[in-house]
Write a protein that binds this ligand. Structure first.
Ligand code: NAP
Length: 260
């Protein structure tokens, strides 16, 4: 398929794990892709990984999405080099890992929300105001949410709250931007195999798989396929949707080994 031939795409958080697969998916289908990581080092490392995969022509620009000045600079570069933007993928995320609620400072909560909620908000606002509303073909936004917005995980209060906020923001944006011709949807993954899984003991990996009716976690490519669908004309009548991609995890009350 070559659904994105000639399209200009921005993927935030394109420097690692799932972001790399999303960047690659759009590039493989003909798009010119801009991507950012949060720092010059991580962005350069991401660019090198993409090159190693044979994914060429990617423009990588460091941008901490929680910092409005950096976000504006990112869009300045896109404006100068591409003059338009067709698809925005808000993938960048602060994972908010490893802080039990009793030890989580309000500042940490704001740090996580700063990346996941404020970041997605202000990147989307720049995309809409600077490009989409000025283009006859408008544009499309895809957020990366999480099934943890609906079914929480432990010691991740800030992260779960941020993903719940993203789901609400997607619906609110769909109402505000739908009449202007702009679609906004989200993909809500469950387990995705990332480099963090490499550090897990085998029995934990297997137990996680048992938690999934399909008995497997997603690959980054699985998620990229859903993101690409939501960004493409194939989903042209969809907006405000949160599309879950979690191997069926969310539809079960209890995993099989305790469901007796
Ligand atoms: N992994 C899962 O199992 C899972 C499950 C459900 C939902 N999700 C969601 O799916 C998406 C991808 O997940 P992932 O596990 O691949 O993510 P990840 O490995 O944590 O990578 C996050 C990406 O976001 C970037 N990032 C973090 N803070 C940023 C900031 N302030 N400004 C700009 N970029 C920033 C990172 O860049 P640096 O390299 O600079 O840090 C990195 O490229 C995320 O939205 C995540 O919440 C993941």
């Amino acid at each position: 398929m070559n659904r994105f031939s000639g399209k200009i795409v921005l993927v935030t958080g394109g420097s690692r794990n799932t972001g790399l697969d999303i960047v690659q998916k759009f590039a493989d289908e003909g798009a010119k892709v801009f991507m950012c990581g949060s720092s010059p080092e991580s962005t350069a490392a991401g660019a090198a990984s993409l090159k190693e995969r044979g994914c060429t022509g990617i423009r990588s620009i460091p941008c901490n999405v929680s910092d409005l000045t950096q976000v504006k600079n990112l869009f300045d570069v896109i404006e100068k080099e591409a003059g338009r933007l067709d698809i925005l993928v808000n993938n960048a995320a602060h994972q908010g890992i490893g802080k039990p609620f009793t030890e989580m400072s309000p500042d940490y909560l704001m740090e996580v929300l700063g990346v996941n909620v404020r970041g997605g908000f202000q990147v989307t606002q720049q995309a809409v105001n600077r490009f989409f509303l000025k283009q006859p073909e408008r544009g499309v936004v895809v957020f990366l949410s999480s099934n943890t917005a609906m079914r929480a995980i432990r010691n991740r209060t800030a992260y779960c709250a941020s993903k719940g906020a993203i789901n609400s923001m997607v619906r609110a944006l769909a109402l505000d931007l739908g009449p202007l011709g702009i679609r906004v949807n989200a993909c809500a993954p469950g387990y995705i195999y990332t480099e963090r899984w490499d550090r897990l003991p085998e029995e934990i990996k297997e137990r996680r798989r048992l938690n999934c009716p399909l008995r497997k976690e997603a690959s980054g490519r699985d998620i990229a396929n859903v993101v690409a669908f939501l960004a493409s004309e194939d989903s042209s009548n969809m907006t405000g949707e949160i599309v879950t991609c979690d191997a069926g995890c969310s539809c079960q009350h209890m995993p099989e080994d305790v469901d007796r």
